[in-house]
Design a protein around this ligand. Structure first.
Ligand code: ZN
Length: 431
């Protein structure tokens, strides 16, 4: 099988897993999350945590658990015009149970639609305010005749648990890299099944390999899930040296990196470097306290070096939070391209080191040590010689190899290779 065939298969396998997860009605709690996590458990070692409703997590409280069996609206003639079985977005997520007949006017107050996109179903939630409702295409809503409608939402909202999944792949050091994805959205493909599935494939690529960092993959409901995880792990959160929030990685748009609150942390440099060298269009934006769970990881008490690598950011594509964010909206090529970028960021972080030059008074005599001849015959030997001079000059214990690569505009891999060579000749020591 050629490389091209192999990689296209990975993109298609990512699509297949997204397709399997897509119909499930997920929320911030409940069986939809459990079912989704059990599917992920077939792919990666995943520990499932259950946190009881009512648990205090910083300023928040784990809410009651929501589950839904069925929901529908029958029109005045008894015809079923909306059925939850057709689409999980049809129900206001976290709707309280209801079963009654209501006149159209009363029903309208519980309907949500998008006049600007009359064929799409919007995604709406009401987690912290008790309410019931249905979401539907505006075209259908506009066609409803006067009369009495039977509404039924067979749901429960009771003390239970918040469920999240965690996959940890230990490294040779105690330091960790965190990858976090939100798993609370129902049938929405880009936001965020693409992120969930990218995390699974990244974990699979790292599994069984020796790596310096431990890799922690978190599959948790947005906001309350990351807050809960942070509350339960406050004592060891400082092991997280770098992190990325994974979301919206399957659309055809360009990649966007949102920096951590720190702004110039190693993760910020690594992500910027990978995008700069990609030869593709990209955007880098500063941190803002809006978006996904980077809001929690970058809250001032934690201030973790966690950024977010997405394609088109949330809210900036019209399909966002609607039924048009479906399996046709995402592409295997885009998923694979995003996965490759995450793998490159991991590669850079794994190889990035900071050294001290052990011969800092004038340049060491490289020829005498056979370091020029070590490069002889390579087509890029001049680049490598130059790279050695950059590494020797900037290795004062304060510049990482990544910083040297960006400043010298020599490829990071070459900078890494020559640093290893210089280290083996006792000209550098890692700090
Ligand atoms: Zn969302």
């Amino acid at each position: 099988m050629s490389d091209h065939q192999l990689t296209s298969t990975i993109g298609e396998r990512m699509m297949a897993l997204i397709s399997e997860l897509y119909p499930i009605c997920r929320s911030i709690t409940g069986d939809g999350v459990r079912r989704s996590l059990s599917i992920l458990q077939r792919c990666i070692p995943l520990e499932v945590h259950e946190v009881p409703s009512g648990t205090a997590v910083f300023d928040w409280t784990v809410p009651s658990e929501w589950n839904i069996r069925q929901a529908y609206i029958n029109d005045p003639d008894g015809r079923r015009i909306i059925d939850f079985e057709d689409h999980s977005l049809h129900v206001l997520n976290y709707s309280t149970p209801v079963h009654k007949k209501v006149p159209l006017q009363e029903l309208q107050a519980h309907l949500h639609s998008l006049p600007e996109h009359p064929d799409w179903i919007p995604y709406r939630t009401s987690y912290y305010q008790k309410n019931w409702g249905f979401c539907l295409p505006d075209r259908l809503r506009e066609s409803l005749p006067e009369g009495m409608y039977e509404v039924c939402i067979d749901s429960t909202l009771e003390p239970g648990h918040l469920t999240y999944g965690e996959c940890f792949l230990p490294g040779t050091s105690d330091e960790e890299i965190l990858f976090s994805s939100h798993i609370c959205h129902p049938s929405l493909a880009n936001d965020n099944l693409s992120g969930v599935v990218l995390a699974v494939f990244l974990a699979r690529a790292l599994q069984g390999k020796t790596h310096r960092y431990g890799y922690r993959f978190l599959f948790a409901p947005g906001t309350i899930g990351s807050i809960t995880w942070l509350a339960q792990n406050q004592h060891r959160v400082q092991r997280v040296k770098h992190g990325l929030v994974i979301a919206c990685v399957g659309d055809p748009g360009r990649l966007t990196y949102k920096k951590s609150r720190q702004g110039s942390a190693e993760i910020d440099q690594a992500a910027a470097y990978v995008l700069e060298r990609s030869g593709e269009d990209y955007e880098i934006v500063d941190f803002s306290p809006y978006g996904y769970d980077e809001r929690q990881y970058c809250s001032p008490g934690f201030n973790l070096a966690v950024g977010s690598l997405t394609r088109t950011p949330h809210g900036r594509f019209p399909e966002y939070h609607t039924s048009a964010d479906n399996l046709d909206f995402i592409q295997p090529e885009a998923l694979l391209n995003s996965l490759n970028k995450y793998q490159r960021v991991v590669d850079v972080l794994e190889k990035n080191r900071t050294f001290r030059n052990l011969n800092p008074f004038c340049e060491p005599q490289l020829g005498k040590r056979g370091l020029y001849s070590a490069l002889g015959g390579r087509p890029d030997s001049q680049t490598r010689q130059l790279a050695m001079l950059w590494v020797l000059n900037l290795s004062d214990g304060r510049h990482s190899l990544l910083e040297i690569a960006r400043r010298s505009e020599v490829d990071f891999q070459i900078i890494h290779d020559v640093a290893s060579l210089l280290e083996s000749h006792q000209l550098l020591e890692a700090v």
